[in-house]
Design a protein around this ligand. Sequence first.
Ligand code: NAD
Ligand code: MG
Length: 387
Amino acid sequence: MRRISIFGATGSIGQSTIDLIRRDRESYDVVALTGGGNIARLAQDAIDLGAKVAVTAYEDRLSELRAALSGTGIEAAAGDAALIEAADREVDWFMSAIVGAAGLAPGLHALRHGKTLALANKESLVTAGPLLMDTAKEQGARILPVDSEHSAVFQGLVGENPAEVERVIITASGGPFRDWSLEQLKGATLEQACKHPSWDMGQRITIDSASMFNKALEIIETKEYFGFSPDQIEVLVHPGSYVHALVGFRDGALMAHLGAPDMRHAIGYALHWPERRDLPVERLDLAKVGQLRFEAPDEIRFPALRLAREVMATGGLAGAVFNAAKEAALDLFIARKIGFPDMARLVERVLTEMSAGVSLRVNALSLETILEADKEARARVFDLKAA
Ligand code: NAD
Ligand code: MG
């Protein structure tokens, strides 16, 4: 029996992970499940999977969770300290699927115990890449990528010499606004941004896909996880989302990873690694797909991609600032307080301001300095909005 914990269990990735676990219930001993405000879902999954502890991020929801779990023998807990306490519990496999920088501290704790960390929370690598990778190395822990593009690159590198890799290409669907003009983007609504053409995901990453901020985070994620230099990392718009990534070698060969747009593929690969097992995902019928389309990305309409390059050039705390400013701007867009293109505008201003003051180019990243930079970037976004 493998002991596992799932953080962000009630979300899109968390539920897909639980779907795979349910199909093979006897193989897993579920330790901790965590969620946010969906107490009914969290409690029901904890009961069905026989978890030891269920944690909600919200302290004011603890009594509700306790009531839902009463008589089951499952512990109920709430708040940030409880999340950390649960992340410190011994397991063999830990799914990091909280959305946002809030996923960093629990994931870091899990790594400190030498666990295998299945990492969906790309924000951890963007804000604290070197800290996460160094911690894994020191502890003899392993991080397995769960983002579809990064799982695809990871699979493309099996048996290869990384020194022979010339470039990696991660694909982007282009989102619902792929062919919208700058003028049209100004009028883009929340509802339109929430309609992804090929993937079914949580609300925040869906909007990030529409703005290409998701791809911007993923460029940085690629650099931090695999150690490729920024100029080796390319983005290609591919509306069908069948090709997830390509690895290019020094002899000119390109190895592509194809699959149906279903996150259970990447989750399952990380769950069963280094083996491959049967997965309940659609098998691609390429004759039916017919054609694969590709386009160059447009950094004028989608400035997030250009900003990602600036972040990589600066390094240090720039990733934490970029991600936090993006999260705050996204909050404002979801609250209908700013327009769609304002997100990139605010993020760029905060990045410029904070690069001009105290240098973001610090050498040693710590959780404390990262959280401080994160807090300041969020505050600046709200100040700029108010001004
Ligand atoms: P989601 O919004 O569907 O779920 C997020 C989960 O995190 C929920 O369980 C929620 O309760 C919890 N959560 C939210 N805020 C929290 C906080 N402050 N503290 C503790 N828990 C909190 O998100 P998702 O789409 O499943 O994405 C999860 C992560 O996986 C993100 O980092 C995302 O970028 C990444 N990812 C998602 C997909 C996808 O297909 N959904 C694909 C690739 C990568
Ligand atoms: Mg992705």
